[in-house]
Ligand binder design. Sequence first.
Ligand SMILES: *Cc1c(COP(=O)(O)O)cnc(C)c1O
Length: 386
Amino acid sequence: MQGFDTRAIHAGQEPDPLTGAVVPPIYQVSTYAQDGVGGLRGGYEYSRSANPTRTALQECLAALEAPGLGEARGMAFASGLAAEDTLLRTVCRPGDHAVIPDDAYGGTYRLFARVAAPWGLDHTPAPVTDPEGVAAAIIPGRTKVVWIETPTNPLLNIADIRAIADVAHAAGALLVVDNTFASPYLQQPLLLGADVVVHSTTKYLGGHSDVVGGALVASDAGLAEQLAYHQNAMGSVPGPFDCFLVLRGIKTLGVRMDRHSANARIVVDFLAQHPQVTEVRWPGLPSHPGHEVAARQMSDFGGMVSFRVRGGEQAAVDVCGRTSVFTLGESLGGVESLIEHPARMTHASAAGSPLEVPGDLVRLSVGIETVDDLVSDLDRALAGHS
Ligand SMILES: *Cc1c(COP(=O)(O)O)cnc(C)c1O
């Protein structure tokens, strides 16, 4: 088996058979000429069903998330939420039940609470840090999906993927893991027993804050076939240029993740000793309650960091408004550092729910800039200077 970075650069990306182009061309086309009725030249008939640029991305995604799992298949979507919606409506029916994380991306919670629930899929939030708590939330016979993120957004909690896979499978449910925060470079949930991996490719996979996209990778051929059927039938596919951008980003995923993780470690060390900071959450800290599990199932700890600011919500909001290298904005996973206030921004839709986040929490997406500039930017912002 080739190494991760070799697969990232080459899987699904043989030189173009027609021209030798070393990068898959952007096949900006909707339909394909047929040689007589039904005579497809390359297996392509209409770009919602399949497009060569998308095929290249999908093969690469499967090679990164499921090395050695011959049946696995990747599918690209117009956004992470489009991937999630297609997944839910493929594996669940009205009347079914899902267990969801009690700490999750706000949009995922909104999809369950405001879209899937009225459609007939109800859910129970459970603590992902506790496999027994997840087991207790399962309704035997009705729970079709156990859904986790790890590390979670925004609290950076860690779920034991293998333990929760066992719990889900014992109840006949599928385990879905949102692997957006770790990326396949740091963690490969399908190899730990998960059935489907979800991505917002908008984040680390794309890596440059210039594209919105999503993906599913399923380990089982039968499930992958159903998902691919729904991908075409529901139609939320990405365009060829977006696929090209994600593929281009993936080529440098390994070097970017190494730098994100290394920069985050230095930022965390700075925050941990700062008098204005009451708590730092990053799974690489030995004091983090999920550190041991994270060290076992991840190869490094990533670039997402959150921390709580002394003085409460207004103090946290003020810090977010004072940085200059860290850009105030939603999203994450790009080369540039971002700062945000989850309670008022990414997680505003979870207010009043079990997923509500603390008001004094600040979330960082630590980028790959020169780390001294990141530390001095935070130092100034915490000291009250802008
Ligand atoms: C951003 C994000 C999503 C949603 O993806 P979009 O591409 O914005 O639709 C899902 N899960 C996590 C963890 C995310 O960060």
